[in-house]
Design a protein around this ligand. Structure first.
Ligand SMILES: Nc1ncnc2c1ncn2[C@@H]1O[C@H](COP(=O)(O)OP(=O)(O)OP(=O)(O)O)[C@@H](O)[C@H]1O
Ligand SMILES: [Mg+2]
Length: 456
């Protein structure tokens, strides 16, 4: 332990130092020890779990160096080294889907970060979907109030006009609002059940097809095909929304002893709604910021994601924090393979009228490209470098490449949309006028439909 005159080892520095130590620790490369897993628990404390027990001498010499590297973030002597033979459920460690590989995927060494929240940010593999999946599109933003829900409603309207049946999910459960701007708040028109109701009823086996049908209302915005809106809360004057919300995120044990996570339950709910309503496209509004709910919707539903941003330092810094969380394989590879190639696209939201749009978009593309180059894009070695593989399609794009995930789809700020409310007939007239839609959202609609590969 450090005495009071030492500078304490801080959370981030502890991981860096522990990894640096283990990278150069000879036994870590010894296949005789089998797999070694570094686990960081909810307190941020580290322990090492060995498949095969090393000699006491080896461990005794490792302990002081770990103490120095991790400081207060090292588990107590009795619990800092664990061995597979002593574990009640070793597969929870050695076969955990949460393992990442800081030293590369071929290494026997892996890392599990057991935070209370945030694990779903690291589980990038899509969950299996039972039904043939229609195109799913998530509207994500790091900051609130950038116009995501408005853009979603306008896109739903455009899809309906093109004869596409749309299912809209209001997954912004902490501040639901989308449903009331797309559905009349009237008994009979507003659905009886909402998303949080599905979570509490399904836990006790009380969801059937009738229940699912009572979760969606047809929006008056529908024209050539239905827009079905599933709200966060249902029509019930006398409900305890927070009591249901707090149960929504829980992982619950099922009868066969396995645990059903929030992510897998959410995926099951969406599958069931898709089977019931057979939409062409599913639009998912999600919570702003790095909340678990957004982690799941972003990385675990096989959905395409629109990343809303405004060209400010605060926004770029936020995305940098998020993207760098995915830095180790296999996550980074999954992101590059799936989420990167065609599954993510940036949106330049609410482009101010006071700026020249082309200059604004050029600045946006430059800063977005810098961010992706520094985090998710693959480095391309120089052509004369032996590491360069001419047959490989590197995940990397030029700043001005319109196909690139960093290259933005624009939405323009427009006075008609400052108080977005399609249920107010006076406002909706202006908000649904073709000239206004085209002025603010014309490019957004055309480019998003092309990116989603929805034929119009
Ligand atoms: N293109 C636009 N031009 C002008 N105002 C807009 C535009 N789009 C949305 N707004 C207004 O900006 C505000 C925020 O929009 P919206 O609720 O769609 O954002 P959001 O990103 O979904 O926010 P939240 O994070 O709170 O869910 C609303 O008052 C809306 O009327
Ligand atoms: Mg919103």
């Amino acid at each position: 332990m450090s005495d009071e005159h030492d500078t304490p080892v801080r959370f981030d520095a502890a991981l860096t130092a522990v990894l640096a130590l283990l990278r150069d620790w000879p036994p870590a490369a010894d296949p005789g020890l089998g797999a070694i897993v570094l686990v960081r628990d909810v307190y941020g404390m580290f322990r090492l779990v060995f498949e095969f027990r090393p000699s006491d001498d080896v461990l005794a010499s490792l302990s002081p160096s770990l103490e120095q590297a991790a400081g207060a973030f090292l588990a107590q002597p009795g619990g800092r080294f664990l061995f597979k033979e002593d574990l009640f459920a070793p597969e929870a460690i050695f076969e955990s889907p949460d393992r990442t590989y800081p030293f590369g995927e071929d290494a026997l060494f892996s890392f599990i970060d057991r935070g209370i929240t945030g694990v779903d940010w690291l589980r990038s593999a899509p969950l299996p979907n039972e039904a043939p999946t229609p195109t799913r599109c998530v509207f994500f933003g790091l900051k609130g109030g950038v116009g995501r829900s408005t853009a979603l409603a306008i896109l739903a309207h455009a899809l309906s006009r093109r004869g596409k049946r749309v299912l809209v999910l209001d997954m912004d459960l902490e501040s639901p609002g989308l449903s009331s701007s797309m559905l009349p708040m009237v008994e009979g028109a507003f659905p009886v059940h909402g998303i949080v109701d599905w979570f509490v009823e399904e836990a006790v086996g009380q969801v059937d097809r009738r229940f699912l049908r009572d979760m969606a209302g047809i929006s008056p915005l529908s024209s050539n095909a239905d827009i079905l809106v599933v709200p966060a809360f249902g029509w019930n004057e006398d409900q305890d929304y927070l009591a249901k919300l707090s149960r929504t995120y829980l992982d619950i044990p099922s009868l066969d002893g396995t645990t059903r996570t929030f992510a897998s339950r959410l995926a099951a709910m969406i599958d069931a709604l898709e089977r019931e309503f057979a939409p062409h496209v599913v639009l998912i509004d999600t919570r702003a910021g790095m909340h678990d709910i957004s982690a799941v919707t972003l990385t675990r539903l096989g959905a395409r994601t629109l990343l809303f941003a405004m060209d400010t330092d605060q926004t770029w810094r936020g995305y940098q924090l998020l993207f760098s969380h995915w830095r180790y394989p296999p996550r980074i590879n999954d992101i590059r393979e799936g989420a990167g190639r065609g599954q993510m696209k940036m949106v330049a939201a609410a482009i101010p009228q006071t700026e020249a749009p082309e200059a604004y978009l050029a600045d946006f593309a430059r800063r977005a490209c810098d961010l992706w180059q520094a985090t998710l894009y693959e480095e391309i070695p120089p052509q004369d470098d032996p590491a360069f593989d001419p047959g490989r399609d590197y995940f990397n794009y030029d700043e001005g490449d319109a196909e690139a995930p960093h290259f933005p789809i624009p939405i323009y700020w427009h006075g008609a949309y400052t108080l977005f409310d399609l249920m107010n007939s006076r406002r909706s007239q202006a908000q649904l006028a073709d000239a206004n839609i085209n002025g603010a959202f014309g490019r957004f609609i055309a480019e998003t439909l092309a990116w989603l590969e929805v034929d119009s």
